[in-house]
Design a protein around this ligand. Sequence first.
Ligand SMILES: *Cc1c(COP(=O)(O)O)cnc(C)c1O
Length: 363
Amino acid sequence: MERVYNFSAGPSMLPEQVLRTAAAEMLCYRDSGMSVMEMSHRSPVYEEIIGDAERLLREVMNIPDNYKVLFLQGGASTQFAAVPLNLLSEGGKADYILSGQFSTKAYQEALKYGDVAVAASSKESTFSYVPQTNRSSFRADADYVHICFNNTIYGTKFPYIPDTGEIPLVADMSSCILSESVDVSKFGVIYAGAQKNMSAAGLTVVIVREDLLGKARKSTPTMLDWKVMADNGSMYNTPPCYAIYIAKLVYEWILELGGLSEMKKRNEEKAKLLYDYLDGQEYYSAPVEKASRSMMNVTFVTGDAELDKKFASEASAQGLKNLKGHRSVGGMRASIYNAMPCEGVEKLVSFMRAFAARNPKKQ
Ligand SMILES: *Cc1c(COP(=O)(O)O)cnc(C)c1O
């Protein structure tokens, strides 16, 4: 069977070049005589892989030297707890911006640990936009402010980086990391599950400013303590070895293409194709405010649940897979991460045109 265009929100497409390299090295990685999956994480050959992964990620994202890069397990959802456990002092405060389901989950998890407040929310409009904030939105004595930079389910992205003054800004970037460059120095912590835009499931990357380490409360499980992980080079225990290796191949692929500026250019082109089409017709509507549109996850609806269902199943039959929206919002969602080729988006737009022509709506 041919490879399809997979619009899944995650796990999602990986670059073909990465999969081919992984396939070629599957049985025997270089002169090790074994698969990366079979090696000791403490062997020199694996030390080189994880070392290269960190070095390349630093290069791709231009991560300043006063930040640690951690390769962890447990997904972004585990970080929902790790963030307060590492940053929220006993009796301390944290402020959350609610811009979708994942930021709400992060907030609910943090509520278990202290005085956690909602600084701004777009829940009243089903998260169709990213709320505006300014310094006065946040409590001056908060230990941190948490945001979800790209809202995977609703298809919105922060069009700005909140100004939190001296308060560390913590961002869940699971679904937009590596899609364009970000100024890492504006954030105290960036974390991301790798299965959207970086690697296979199983790896979670945390980028944390050094001065924020060592503040974990006593009861923090060792495995969630960023300082322990940093002091042990992400090898307190067995790291997600294979997913780190795949991430390394993805970083190499991005650098070969020309880095994040080229990646952004390609992502903008793809997103523009889809949004320009959506804006120029009336059959489908895009529920999200223009200023908050995501470049990675594009949501749209026909306005008729039956037609939405038919759309996803007919698209699937044509090799355009996983276009059904998240179970909590319905409609359609096209996740067009880094590895989605432009032709995939062109095919999707042609399909949308043809589908609209074939399925006139009942008046
Ligand atoms: C997918 C996703 C999550 C959940 O990630 P897991 O790795 O499955 O825990 C959290 N936040 C965002 C923004 C996501 O897209």
